[in-house]
Design a protein around this ligand. Structure first.
Ligand code: GDP
Length: 295
């Protein structure tokens, strides 16, 4: 099965799916529209979170970085007057160096992801959505800014006037994504931000058409009319949709099975269940429910 992922909600589901399904049957395609270079290395926050989650290394408090990581390099840089855009842990940075060395020697982000996947000993396949650069740009009263500047440096405080995906018209899906779209019959759209995580993946050339004849399962990232965490509601409003499950479907498009929270007021056909994944048990329960649907 093919799973479309961002960097928090869907990884929570993945930690359950790899327990109840054969990891070798799982292909994850990950949003890369939040990527940025930090201190000379390419940070791909959603890819990192997916890879670390599958490897059992993720910091499950924050859903980024490696559990128990140290920050010696980041602190030293700060002492010398260098403020990194993202606070990068030392072990996390080692993976960023590994990735960036592949890219510096002429490889693609897909090549680099494969090197990381092997280094982590993963059996599931993981691909970036594209090997070409796409950047999520947030329009605010202070001007336009990269997603990470908005969310990390400015702590998500500015009003959100709009969201645009820089580079999306020229970006093609990665080879691994295209192969998975040809091979797999089932696509699971994970509970990730519909505007900034799933939106970029679905906006790549040809993706919606290729998904038309698949069995599509989507899990809502909302708990009723509000997200479990993060800025999804504000982004949804900024792109002109209501922050509820109707709004989610208006962005994703129609799916065969739509899994929503018990408090959802979605008027269409859907499966209402407990979609909160605060614990491994929550993740496993939801993963089992999805497997029951798709066989
Ligand atoms: P990002 O890349 O870090 O923004 O992460 P994602 O886009 O993958 O995930 C963010 C979304 O995950 C938010 O809209 C949250 O509401 C959703 N989310 C977080 N925790 C849960 C959960 O336990 N269950 C569900 N269904 N969604 C969740």
């Amino acid at each position: 099965m093919l799973i479309l992922s961002g960097g928090t909600g869907t990884p929570k589901l993945l930690r359950g799916l790899v327990r109840v399904a054969d990891p070798e049957e799982i292909t994850v395609v990950v949003n890369t529209a939040e990527d940025l270079w930090v201190s000379g290395n390419l940070v791909s926050p959603d890819l990192d979170t997916v890879l670390y989650t599958l490897a059992g290394l993720i910091d499950e408090e924050r859903w980024w970085g490696i559990r128990g990581d140290s920050f010696i390099t980041n602190a030293r840089l700060r002492e010398m007057g260098v403020r990194e855009r993202l606070a990068i842990g030392d072990a996390d940075r080692a993976f960023h160096i590994l990735r960036s060395d592949v890219i510096r020697s002429g490889g693609t982000l897909s090549d680099a992801t494969e090197v990381m996947r092997k280094a982590l000993g993963l059996r599931s396949r993981v691909f970036p959505m594209s090997d070409e650069s796409v950047s999520t740009i947030i329009a605010t009263p202070l001007g336009e800014m990269h997603f990470q500047e908005f969310w990390v440096e400015r702590r998500g405080e500015p009003e959100v006037l709009g969201v645009r995906l820089d580079g999306i018209d020229d970006a093609r899906p990665s080879r691994g994504f295209l192969d998975a779209l040809r091979r797999e019959n089932t696509v699971i759209i994970g509970p990730s931000n519909p505007v900034t995580s799933i939106g970029p993946i679905l906006s790549l050339k040809g993706v919606r058409d290729a998904m038309a004849d698949k069995i599509k399962v989507a899990v809502s990232p909302l708990d009723g009319d509000r997200p479990f965490s993060g800025p999804a509601a504000r982004f949804m409003r900024a792109v002109g949709v209501k922050p509820n499950d109707e709004g989610v479907i208006s962005i994703l498009g129609e799916v065969d099975h739509f899994i929503v929270s018990r408090s959802s007021r979605y008027p269409g056909r859907c499966i209402r269940t407990d979609t909160r994944m605060d614990s491994i048990e929550g993740s496993t329960r939801l993963a089992k429910e999805i497997l029951r649907l798709v066989g």
